[in-house]
Design a protein around this ligand. Sequence first.
Ligand code: MSP
Length: 673
Amino acid sequence: MTRTTDPHEGAGPPIYLTTPIYYVNDAPHIGHTYTTVVTDVLARFHRMRGRDVRFLTGSDEHGQKIERAAATRGLAPLALADEMVARYRALWESLGISHDDFIRTTEPRHRRGVEALYARIKARGDIYRDRYAGWYCTSCESFYPENQVVDGRCPDQGHKVEWTEEESYFFRLSRYQEPLLKLYRERPDFVFPETRKNEVVAFVASGLKDLSISRSSFQWGLPFPDDPQHVLYVWFDALSNYITALGYGEKQAPLYERYWPGIHFVGKDILRFHAVYWPAFLLAAGEPPPRQIVAHGWWLRDAAKISKSKGGVVDPLPFIRDFGADALRYVLLREMVFGQDASFSDEAFIDRVNTDLANDLGNLASRTLKMIEDYRGGVLPAPHGEDAALRDAARAAWDGLVEGFESYGLQTGLQRVSEFVGALNRYIVQHEPWKLARDPQQAAKLDDILYSVAEGLRLVAVLLTPVIPRAAATLHAAVGGEGEVARVSLATFRWGALKPGSRIVRGQPLFPRIDKAAQLAAARKEPRMDTPDVRKDPSPAPPAGASSSVPGPAPAAAPAAAAPAEISIEDFTRVELRTAKVLQAEKVAGADRLLKLTVDIGTETRTIVAGIAARYAPDALVGRTIVVVANLKPAKLRGITSQGMLLAASDATGAPYILTTEDPGVPAGWRVK
Ligand code: MSP
């Protein structure tokens, strides 16, 4: 376990971050990896911001799902759990996950805490015995009322459900409908992002039934405290981990005192358990509810969720083996707009590593170090003045990353750093140090340039430390940065910290370029993914030229349109035009004309499907500022909901030319009039 210590003891209140505890029915895949990497990145980020951070992960080992998986393999459930826990631990180790604790629900400390929590809830009169009759989904470990089950499958994930009738103890969840609604009202950021909060509020507002919290038809679970014939419902058991790991229920629980309430990172599939049941249990026990539940989207493969039960599984290990943990960490963060779904593919992975890490950052580092070696004998020269423009660009990257990461805009934060890396590359091209090096008159200028770029690289290393900790440490040391980069404070921006006279260290390239063709051919022979059970996208292709949200070539035989009728200025202002930054662009599978763009419109991120693929490569769009109609009714194209339309002019053949702003500094979200 790699662990960085808090460089600013006492700056800001303590912060407690948790991942879900993972089921041990099978080995970890990219979905689990994502939740853990995101939490790790934020734990590292907050430590560098000076916060006292505690970071917990662990394993969820009880319940019918695990019992069955173990039986299938002819193992005792605990033996299966031991095997899988070892795999999880090894994966987190190889990914550099910096958790402070790993809790297993089969540990005695957990059981003690769960029993203490149960006792408090019972003492308040919220437990009673009855009979449960209804549907149960073992895959989700969830009960579903009759009216929610569709064709024998659960409404959340489409798994097969089973009719279950058994004696059961119930928790009076219905009592907590109002207290929960009050909680959501009083703490609007209790669930992030807001769209997810709205779903939770709607769910609770539609009425809460009491929840069965014991099972009596199988054995593998914590014994129900009041009745050894029953086992505790696995979600009650599992959710309690967040406090049992802090010593809840022990005579002294200093960690609980210090760190609770915490922030839980979860996938959207398990939001209801965290944002409804969990705070209700805590309210019932008279304990503070969590500080926040942060829900991320799903990694998909061809529109199907990657999951153990449904296939399409991406194993993270070959990616770590072939390209390194940092590359995987970076790509996971960079390719998913936090909160939304994203697609995972070998090709997108390789492109992202090659573009951002090998080309832009890696080459910048190599050429800078080589120039310092060739022109200054490997010793960092002293600058003769400060390059204000470059310093300001560094500051913008710093602020962008900090603001982004503080508000879960992980992708936007990284984008700001990429922009700065781009600025450093342009700075070199613009100043042509290789020419200056031939002219002794220009020695001072060359010193300035070499120093500025090295200092810029140091700051990039600092900013990227939470995301690519190993490569960032190498880069920081390479440009002569002092001490451990993870101990540099992200609390205050400082330009000029590199000490002139330090010796640079030129080693291996940070991120070697991946040979895409060779890797894709190898992946075809030995896939990094299982055969997916792909749910085919059911929506039909849009008729050519007929969609409102896809500018593009008009159908060849279209009659010349009549000139539009005159409109008033009021009519025009009903159209909300805004500047937007393209965060991500990708081809839409099976549609030659279409690109799917993820754009920042200032207040939120949107998906826009645009018919511009014939003229624009996806990569050429990322980072550009475009103009979008922000209040257009969403339309579905090839199964993707397009939440707006970009503006483009078209020539006589109908080829699109996107509208962009003259000044590249115009931010996302400005009104266009
Ligand atoms: N054991 C429960 C959690 C209990 S927490 C008190 C559980 N475990 S899990 O192993 O099935 O999944 C854990 C996490 O992995 C969830 O956050 C889930 O959203 C995430 N992912 C699993 N598949 C995923 C994707 N395909 N994409 C992104 N994350 C997904 O649920």
